[in-house]
Structure formats: C-alpha cells, structure tokens
Design a binder for this molecule. Structure first.
Ligand code: ZN
Length: 161
C-alpha cells in the first residue's frame, strides 16, 4: 500500500507536465494508463468537470464496454473496476490535510503519461483499442482465463453503467 498526502498526489500529477485533461493514472487491476480525456472520449461526460468524479476512482473500461479484467490480458483496454465496489482492493491512497483517507488510482510515471498522451495525439485514443473495436477484440486466453466465448462477448458488449 502506498499512501500519499494530497499535496504529494497533486505533485505527482503535475510532474507529468500535461494539462488537467491529460494527466494520467493507472488502474490497479488492469494496469491501463488513463486520463480524464479518455473518459470524455468514452462518453462518461462532456468535459473535464463532468468526468473528474470518475477519474482515478473507476476504470475507464466501465465506459468503453471493456468488461472485467482477466489475468493475462495486457494493459490498455480498461476494465470494470471501481474503488467504490464491495471489495476494498486498492494499492494507493491519498490522505487529505484533515486526515480523511481516499483510495485512488496511482499516478502514472511521467514517461508513461507522456507516452499515453503521444499515443492519443497519433491514433485518436490513449487506450489500446478504440471503443468501437473492443466488442470485436479477442482476449489473450490462458488456461486460467479461458471462458466460453459467448460469455466473454456478452461482457464486452454489456450496457454502460
Ligand atoms: Zn482497469
């Protein structure tokens, strides 16, 4: 568990040298690097103000139809993880000056955030696959992750939450 002060958290994001819409964090479950702009692109909200309540708390995959993360999948696609779920699994938390503790996604390293931003500039998405292609994406299946194809496809195309 990593614990940071609010000041340290903000400093880690500022160290990325990107605007507010492009700072990036990492999902603790699927390792996908994600920015507020990814949430806007995915339809979670019109602008920064409307997506920041999700950013660093729920994985952008909840809006792209990415489905649950399965072991062996490479990062980049997102997943359905949210820190608001019943399982209190998180790896990073921010403590405010008043002592309140908030689980959050961990800030990405500056190089990761810059690479993510550069990828979006080049391809139109910071994620591994554009949302419209996710429904056709095939997971990298291992003996541990194998599931009947219809189930996996249903999860990938489930309604946005
Ligand atoms: Zn995720």
């Amino acid at each position: 568990m990593l614990t940071a002060s609010l000041e340290e958290f903000r400093a880690a994001l500022a160290a990325q040298g990107l605007g507010a819409r492009h700072v990036a964090v990492r999902c603790p479950i699927c390792d996908t690097i994600q920015s507020p702009q990814d949430f806007i692109d995915a339809g979670a909200g019109r602008d920064y103000d409307s997506v920041r309540r999700f950013f660093a708390f729920s994985c952008v995959g909840r809006w792209t139809g990415a489905g649950n993360h399965r072991r062996g999948w490479p990062p980049g696609r997102g997943c359905t993880w949210t820190l608001g779920g019943v399982l209190p699994i998180h790896t990073y938390e921010v403590v405010t000056p008043s002592g309140a503790v908030y689980p959050t996604f961990e800030p990405a390293m500056p190089a990761e955030a810059l690479a993510h931003h550069a990828k979006r500039q080049k391809t139109g998405s910071g994620l591994q696959l554009p949302a419209k292609r996710l429904a056709h994406a095939l997971p990298r299946v291992t003996p541990h992750t194998r599931s009947p194809a219809p189930v996996a496809l249903a999860a990938l195309t489930s309604p946005r939450e």
